[in-house]
Ligand binder design. Structure first.
Ligand code: DGJ
Length: 730
């Protein structure tokens, strides 16, 4: 890891263990992108001959060299209005209404460590020798705009963290209209674009297509990172697969509306940017004020998509997630939601918990319906006091009762919301996002509290903290079940209304920072109708997320596979639920449901009291097996072997960092006649070591397991799964 500035050639060379990222100052002023890829010993500028028709109808700002236009230069943080017609990284509107700007280099500094981003989640280091940071200050003296670009390279991760800070150094107000966290011009466009779109109950499916001329925008305008998109895109060289080829990843540490843009221009160069969504965004900067963008994390890997994913996994697991549970194995839980929905009382809860204890489950989670008058989803959000009709002895007694069964007790909240039918709404009707004179559109019968308001955030901190202190609560499921409409705040002046959505996120982050540090022993899991906010921003506060409301084993293959493109297994909640499945009504085997859920933070989400003895015995075995494997599964290196997006079979494996142990999981959705005898080619093992395949009584070399493979059992019937544990024998 190192950052060098070569004064004579005006070059910045940023190195991670295996990658280089090079910038150059043109004419001592304009910050250009030169190179990003495998690590180079040294980078020397090679001037390229201008080709015929160089400027492609784009004007040249340089009197002395008309062959140069900004439209053709590979730029690091491009503006708009002085000859670059591509998507700009930033745009400001000045007091005089002008928007044309042009940034020039002012200064830079290089230092050990990584600064935190005020009020925003970000990757971090635990000591300064883990990272180096480059700050480059640029200015437009006409506009009175200063921009500082931050680049951090890590000693132990092939990742670069970027963000930008815009400052009004003029004497008039200005509006920030867009401020991406990063932008890069790659100089060529022979790439596939990979994104993770979806919907509720079908999150993060993998979509890949050839990049074409024009702009492809991956975005959310929903006030949340959303089920519909994820704040991530990758560019892959043609033919790149799980093991080979170039993969460039762009991930945004943010939980609100975002936009990632991949644009191919007339010169067949690709520009990629990611950041806050400029749509419906405007931020007033008064003289002296600054605006900090969220952080983008960029990863280049020459080992294909799998190599890129593993960099994200290790970085996000160890230097994005925080808190006591970051490095701790996660408890096996049972959640009562699909078992009871709103229809429970303390007797029913205790009966499930008793059964859970007998089966070896470690945590009971009481889901929605324990508060206010809540018997369905039409009321009570905001009234975070216990429902005495259902739980007559209160939360404390219930939690203690559950603890008495050797189980921890966890609780569901949806603090960001308010039901119209609630005491909170009757008392504070202006505490929700709304626009004067307009209908307040409800989603799941609820409105969204205005977290851009300080007093609303303070209220939430006090009320949630009060509940957490009132009983032995070891786990919180933090839910959020609708997207924003009528995005306005009663507390902001007209010229700041379009700041509301981002101010909401800053408010939410303050609430989460305060609560998670005040209740540091609590394991927090985020949720948004399943995986509607499965993003790095939330993972900074909560080390795991409920991956999807769809717990059908077949659907989950795709959901968990797609999620793993960026996010580590230790962040994915995965539960076995009843059949017919409540979301898609499919009947799958208990074995397959268990095996799919065991590739995540394992749990159950059904009424355990309704199970027969055979099912209970099988579940008891699943739990014991998971406990013996969870350190490996949750914290090992993931290798994806067969994609559910390409056929009937799915497989992945997890290898311990020292490569002495591995867990392999294989799934076949539908039975087929005359299936060829398949071999599963394993990855990530040590070629020079021998591994015993537990339960099979065979010892095979790591090289053979890789090249020749492990025989896939023929299996019978639909929804077949098989798993193996491998341990090194020498
Ligand atoms: C949506 C969540 O994703 C579910 O798991 C459950 O907690 C419900 N909300 C409760 O309303």
């Amino acid at each position: 890891m190192a950052i060098h500035f070569d004064q004579s050639n005006q070059l910045f060379h940023l190195c991670t263990p295996n990658t280089s990222y090079v910038l150059r100052l043109l004419r001592g002023a304009y910050l250009l992108h030169e190179y990003w890829g495998p690590r180079l010993r040294e980078y020397r500028v090679v001037e390229r001959e201008p080709s015929i028709l160089t400027t492609g109808f784009s004007p040249s700002p340089f009197e002395d060299d008309k062959s140069i236009t900004f439209d053709r230069l590979p730029q690091e943080y491009p503006g708009y209005g002085t000859s670059d017609y591509r998507h700009p990284a930033y745009q400001v509107e000045l007091g005089n209404g002008a928007t044309a700007t042009e940034l020039e280099y002012v200064s830079h500094r290089i230092y050990a460590g990584k600064p935190s981003l005020e009020g925003l989640p970000s990757t971090y280091v635990e000591s300064d020798d883990e990272a180096q940071t480059l700050e480059i200050e640029l200015q437009d003296s006409v506009a009175g705009l200063a921009v500082v670009l931050f680049y951090t390279v890590f000693r132990d991760h092939d990742a670069i963290a970027r963000s930008a800070k815009l400052r009004n150094v003029g004497s008039d107000n200005m509006n920030v209209l867009r401020a991406a966290s990063m932008s890069v011009d790659l100089g060529q466009a022979e790439f596939d674009l990979l994104q993770l779109p979806g919907s509720w109950a079908r999150e993060r499916n993998v979509e890949r297509r050839k990049l074409a001329t024009g702009s492809h925008i991956v975005e959310s305008r929903r006030g949340a990172s959303s089920h519909q998109q994820n704040p991530f895109v990758a560019l892959l060289s043609p033919g790149a697969d799980e093991e080979t080829g170039d993969a460039y990843g762009f991930s945004l540490v943010y939980s609100g509306s975002f936009a990632a843009c991949a644009e191919v221009d007339q010169f067949r160069s690709a520009r990629v940017s990611i950041g806050l969504n400029p749509f419906d965004f405007k931020w007033r900067l008064e003289p002296g004020e600054s605006f900090q963008t969220p952080e983008a994390v960029m990863v280049y890997s020459s080992a294909g998509l799998g190599g890129m994913s593993r960099v994200y996994h290790r970085l996000y697991r160890s230097r994005l997630c925080r808190g006591e549970y970051r490095d701790r194995t996660r408890p096996v839980l049972v959640n009562n939601w699909e078992g009871t929905y709103f229809d429970f009382d303390s007797g029913k809860i205790m009966a499930i918990a008793e059964e859970a204890g007998r089966l070896g489950i470690e945590l009971f989670v009481l889901d929605d319906g324990w508060f206010g008058q809540r018997d369905d989803d039409s009321s009570s959000l905001g009234d975070w006091f216990v429902n005495r009709r259902k739980l007559p002895d209160g939360l404390d007694a219930l939690a203690n009762g559950v603890n008495g069964l050797e189980l921890q007790f966890g609780l569901w909240f949806e603090p960001e919301m308010v039901s119209v039918d609630s005491e909170l709404y009757r008392e504070h009707p202006d505490w929700c996002l709304h626009v004067p004179g307009r209908r307040r559109t409800e989603g799941r019968n609820q409105l969204i509290l205005d977290l851009s308001r300080e007093e609303v955030c303070d209220y939430l901190i006090a009320i949630v903290s009060g509940v957490l202190s009132s009983a032995p609560i070891s786990y919180v499921k933090w839910d959020m079940n609708r997207h924003m409409t009528e995005i306005g705040s009663a507390a902001l002046p007209p010229e700041r209304q379009r700041e509301t959505a981002h101010r909401y996120m800053l408010g939410l982050y303050r609430v989460l920072e305060t609560l998670t540090s005040r209740h540091s022993g609590v394991l927090f899991e985020s949720c948004s109708g399943g995986g509607g906010r499965f993003d790095p921003g939330m993972l900074y506060y909560m080390p795991q997320t409920w991956t999807s409301d769809n717990s059908d084993a077949v659907s989950r293959l795709k959901i968990q596979y797609g999620t793993s493109v960026v996010y580590p297994i230790s962040t994915m909640g995965a539960h076995v639920s009843a059949v017919p499945n409540h979301q898609v009504h499919r009947v799958t085997s208990l074995a397959m449901r268990g095996d799919v859920a065991m590739s995540g933070n394992f749990g159950y989400e059904l009424d355990l009291t309704e199970l027969g003895d055979a099912e209970k015995a099988e579940i008891k075995e699943q739990i014991a097996r998971y406990k013996s494997l969870r350190g490996l599964v949750q914290f090992g290196d993931l290798y994806r072997l067969k994609s559910p997006f390409e056929g009937n079979e799915t497989a992945w494996m997890v290898v311990s960092p020292d490569r002495t142990e591995a867990y392999v999981a294989y799934f076949r959705v539908l039975a087929e006649p005359h299936m060829p005898t398949g071999m599963l080619h394993l990855r990530g093992l040590d070629d020079a070591s021998d591994y015993v395949v537990e339960g099979e009584g065979i010892v095979l070399g790591g090289d053979q397991l890789h090249r020749s493979g492990l025989p896939i059992p023929p299996g019978q019937g639909d929804f077949f799964s098989a798993t193996w544990v491998l341990r090194v024998v020498r």
